[in-house]
Design a protein around this ligand. Sequence first.
Ligand code: OOG
Ligand code: NI
Length: 458
Amino acid sequence: MENNRFVSTDEIRTRFSTAMSDMYGLEVPLYRDLLELVADVNAQTLGADPQLQTQLNESGEIQRLNLERHGAIRLGTAAELAGIRRVFSVMGLYPVGYYDLSVAGVPVHATAFRPLSDASLAANPFRVFTSLLRLELIDDEALRAKAAEILQKRSIFGPRVLQLTEQFETEGGLNTTDADEFVREATDIFRWHSEATVSIETYNQLLAAHRLIADVVCFKGPHINHLTPRTLEIDAAQKEMVRRNIPAKESIEGPPGRRHPILLRQTSFKALQENVTFGSGAQKAVGAHTARFGEIEQRGLALTPKGRELYDQLLLRARQSGQQGGDTYEQRLESAFSEFPDDLPTIRKNGLGYFRYSLTQKGLTAAQALAGTTGDINALIDGGLVHAEPIIYEDFLPVSAAGIFQSNLGGDDQKSYKASAARAAFEEALGAAVNDEFALYEQAQQRSLDAIARHLQK
Ligand code: OOG
Ligand code: NI
């Protein structure tokens, strides 16, 4: 009874992701065009593929499809990251995975805040790629100190969002009115501010060190830099972007197109130039800043460590074979990935991906007869008693993330940092360990197997 006073964290997340989408749509109208495009492509894809429609209906995926989005934010200090962790936990978002972007010449490291349980992912899988700036990677000592000082002075959280977060933590939830207020206040953290907090000189200095440093340091808060809807057919979405005159990037990131999609594939439209006012009084100046963009993604099967290793290997091969031959990147990618099996039984039997198992109608009827047998899963599948459904990848591509960063910062300068993962420092700033994504998929798979075993034991 007690808990009925509270709305669920899933519900708060849905209200939040809707509010964010509405806000971003007002800030970046091209994002609304993208949503429309994705809805059109999805409707067309489903219309043309009744089998896919049935599969999405059966797995419940269909319910979340139009709600599904991810966003990305970039934070400046450890305190901001720790605060964001508390705010996000009110909406059932928890840190998963560690992403070291220094390998790609981007001075940040990151985690993905996302729901963990099957039920919460099904209710609304909204996720936020959250980066933390690594000032220690700025070589110029004076500039580093200046950036730190600017960041120390800002407070990205309003008092009310912190109060409501604390109330959630002490009381165990928020009622519907408080949840609405929380959502309004939390959305406000990620709003765009067209007035920079620094002079144009400081902005340019930071921009020269790295475009991303300027993006994080010079503004009042961590503006949401993109929101990404999920499409069922990214090749069609990419073509459609071009047809509708949306300034799409040249190629799709991630694995090539396949019959059975793996991990995720992403494309985007290029970052917008937006007017910004710098400084005040006599120093006031008008300039521009490039940060915000639009992105579309298609999600596929979650890979096991073995599958991920094969993926990394093939991707590297496609990239490195660039020098020789006249093939396009797409062709090289296709040819490298011909080594990655593209039928579900082979993927499954080779342990390359995660699956969710369930008894079929036939299996449910036969369960009594099978009672007490140990149930070799492959035999049960071959006998048509058990169905294996790919588990969808809920995370981000490290390499793709870097590509997206690079292509959307607006410049083509390639910085390089000595690759230096600093996971321990990141977790200390976060105030918690990040969850292991492989363990989460493994557990989801195991839970489905346990449920079958329990059924057979009855
Ligand atoms: C985040 C880039 C990562 C993705 O989809 O891989 C990302 C950023 O630019 O801040 O969103
Ligand atoms: Ni993204």
